[in-house]
Design a protein around this ligand. Sequence first.
Ligand code: NAD
Length: 443
Amino acid sequence: MKVTVFGIGYVGLVQAAVLAEVGHEVMCIDVDAKKVENLKNGVIPIFEPGLTPLVKKNYEEGRLQFSTDAEMGVHHGEMQFIAVGTPPDEDGSADLKYVTAVARTIAQHMTSHKVVLDKSTVPVGTADRVRSVMEETLKARGVEIPFDVVSNPEFLKEGAAVSDCMRPERIVIGTDNDDVVDLLRELYEPFNRNHDRMILMDIRSAELTKYAANCMLATKISFMNEISNLAERLGADIEKVRMGIGSDSRIGYSFIYPGCGYGGSCFPKDVQALIRTAQQIGYTPRILQAVEEVNHDQKLKLPEFISRHFGEDLKGKTFALWGLSFKPNTDDMREASSRVLMEALWERGAQVQAYDPEAMDETQRIYGHRSDLKLMGTKEAALQDADALVICTEWQSFRAPDFDAIKKSLKQPVIFDGRNLYDPERLSKRGFVYYAIGRGASI
Ligand code: NAD
């Protein structure tokens, strides 16, 4: 099938590459000319395991194209995906200007029936808005061309995006037209062989499903962080508690890790957006507000530990920082806990020596102008002559380091661990002062 994808970001590029891999002819359109040029030259704008070879192969074999020519994109596919960003507006609600811009573009150029699939995360009612923007544009052109608007939210996880799109756990389709369902069954058939993963519903339910999923996951994290704060104060160890509750099959082990807060481009923005949606209809979303508040405070946990140990004034101190991305296996630093930490350290006069396996370019892009940040080529180099080590991201390569070498490199054997990677007793025996999240019984 011929497919067009507007927006070549984490979602658009991965989805496009995966659709091309199974044989569809996919044209990707983006307003960022440099990104498009780079992609044509084999430069992939993001780090995502397995993505680079997939994009290169499908581009070389002609099933994947990149362009800034929106008109050509509209003519290419009957399926038109919208996968542009929906960043938070000033009041936290989702800013839909990119989504409506694409809707207008499609209506400006279409000459035959189009199925417009919304992959961006958008508030309930956005499909209606897309439809009315398109109707107005067609009316201004003086033409009547049929089209459908479908909600098809994306559930991929950054860091595992390719495998999530290749083997989705579910394909949520919100539509009011059965003919469209047949087209989408054909489109997604290659991903739907083992068992039927398509969950059909009305458009508004599909739009809300995406927010409900992200808010549920964020709630699990903030809940665990709340319990970790209690554990710290009550002299209990949250890691023991985590295993104790995870063993209950009704609770399960996933997504109950305490830490220095969730970040990324989705959870913070989607929790905020659903809060605004609720407030706009006069409902106070008490749980969601608490989820956001707990997370905000949790990102201040490491700076608090550092003040507890070194005092408020950190002038002349240098901190080794391991982990800059908001989670492992991505270079995405949007809303990352590392940013809150670094900015708090700089405010108090400290220097930072940072290392991340993938997010060094992104850090350079955001903070390259700062003289109080040094980007180091290895995790070992980051430790040299630092006063302490701080960990913000649980990359695999940080899990079993050479503790003797850490001790030798640091001025003081102190570790502030925002991801609970190590055994407190073992570290204490090796002579470290170890701060971790919610481990009152062990530290
Ligand atoms: P992104 O910022 O990585 O990419 C968005 C792309 O859209 C950019 O390349 C931008 O240049 C392009 N764009 C903007 N306006 C355009 C236009 N008029 N025409 C063509 N291209 C345009 O965003 P992302 O992380 O891929 O997220 C996209 C959407 O998917 C968001 O709504 C997000 O909430 C949702 N989502 C993201 C993830 C994730 O893990 N990143 C997962 C599921 C859903």
